[in-house]
Design a protein around this ligand. Structure first.
Ligand code: IGP
Length: 264
């Protein structure tokens, strides 16, 4: 069985508890800028920086990290958005991390989790997220469309994640506003920025879709590679979590976008 399937099977077992309870979080609900607008209007590469303690592929990354402290550094360095992993078993995240970070910063907050049911979207919203992730590889066409519309109706932005061309075609069928190419194959853990390069043309053909590249971004060379094919943002976790100077590392990735991808 693939790791993705293992995670999804585990998620399934948690749904009854979510459904039997009401999401109750101590949240200051804020109106945050739309991630889509931020991505579209910028003329430098936008950084979605992730709070990531651990992952199934890398094990522990930053076990003791303080989420608010990490978020403060991200926001101070001009991150476009903070991605907060809430998956507990494999990534050591929690909704509490999301709540704490959201209460502290004003920028968009992405709830990074494996969504397989609407109830999880309700929890994301209640915990203070302004963006959710939908992973095409984890969903049927019907669920992808239903959850996308459901989140939009709650006023949430949606990042639709794909890894290969088949998934991209399924994503494009719903014409989402934000598409992320995950350079990591969630079935094998293989990371290759060539995935972003391979799929770029098909995405940038749509002028109204904001295109981002996810995973495996370590330095300015990586940033340049994805910017050169039209990415307007990157989703960065491990390299920032491990950095001794988070603000400097983040700022080094905020490179100018080529003129032809500005103001799409
Ligand atoms: O730590 P990295 O290689 O910078 O990757 C960040 C982010 O892209 C990655 O955590 C991620 C992308 N899509 C996901 C889906 C589920 C869990 C995690 C992810």
């Amino acid at each position: 069985m693939t790791i993705l399937q293992t995670i999804l099977d585990h998620k399934e077992t948690l749904l009854p508890t979510l459904m039997a309870n009401e999401p109750m979080f101590n949240v200051i609900q804020k109106s945050r800028p739309s991630l889509y607008d931020v991505l579209r209007k910028s003329d430098t590469l936008q950084i979605i920086s992730e709070m990531k303690r651990a992952s199934p592929s890398k094990g522990l990354i930053a076990e003791g990290a303080n989420p608010v402290e990490q978020a403060r550094k991200y926001a101070d360095a001009g991150a476009a958005c903070i991605s907060v992993l809430t998956e507990e078993k494999f990534f050591k995240g929690s909704f509490q991390d999301l709540v704490d970070i959201g209460n502290y910063v004003e920028i968009p907050i992405l709830n990074k989790d494996f969504i397989i049911h609407e109830v999880q979207i309700d929890y994301a919203k209640a915990a203070g997220a302004s963006v959710i992730l939908l992973i095409v590889a984890a969903l049927s066409d019907k669920k992808l469309k239903t959850f996308y519309d459901y989140a939009n109706n709650l006023g949430l932005d949606v990042l639709v994640e794909v890894h290969n061309e088949e998934e991209l075609d399924r994503a494009l069928a719903i014409h989402p506003k934000i598409i992320g190419v995950n350079n990591r194959d969630l079935k094998t853990f293989n990371v290759d920025l060539a995935q972003t390069e391979k799929l770029a043309q098909k995405i940038t053909a749509y002028e109204d879709i904001a295109f981002i590249s996810e995973s495996g971004i370590w330095n300015v060379e990586d940033a340049k590679r994805v910017v050169n094919v039209g990415a307007r943002g990157v989703l960065v976790g491990e390299s920032l979590m491990r950095s001794g100077d988070v603000e400097k590392a983040l700022k080094s990735l905020q490179i100018p976008l080529p003129v032809n991808v500005k103001d799409v």
